[in-house]
Design a protein around this ligand. Sequence first.
Ligand SMILES: [Zn+2]
Length: 129
Amino acid sequence: MRCSAYKSDGTPCRGEAQEGLTTCWSHTPENLAVLREAGRRGGRAGGLGRPSVFVAEIGAVKKTLRGIASAVLSKDPAKRVNRADALAAVQALNGVLRALDIERRVHELDEAELLLEEMAERAKRERAS
Ligand SMILES: [Zn+2]
């Protein structure tokens, strides 16, 4: 089921409603409080609970890259890896990093949009009262 909320531009939210609810995660009132809190913290840590996932994933890629570097540079023939293989792996990991960066930027835009919606809602309520 689609989320029943509307976005700030008046178009219906395309999010998937949560089980047993009529709204998606972002449009559920208690989660708006979470988003508000995230906005207060500059949307850096925590946010939708996802930036920490990016940090973890980037951390994993960095660890793998370090592993490759030490294997390529290793004096121990048993640990050493083929340079071409290492290069291919590093290129693939660069692709992963780029994808993560794009995802993170999309996430930040989503978050900014939600915060704007929330602020617009609040302004509307204040005008009404
Ligand atoms: Zn929604």
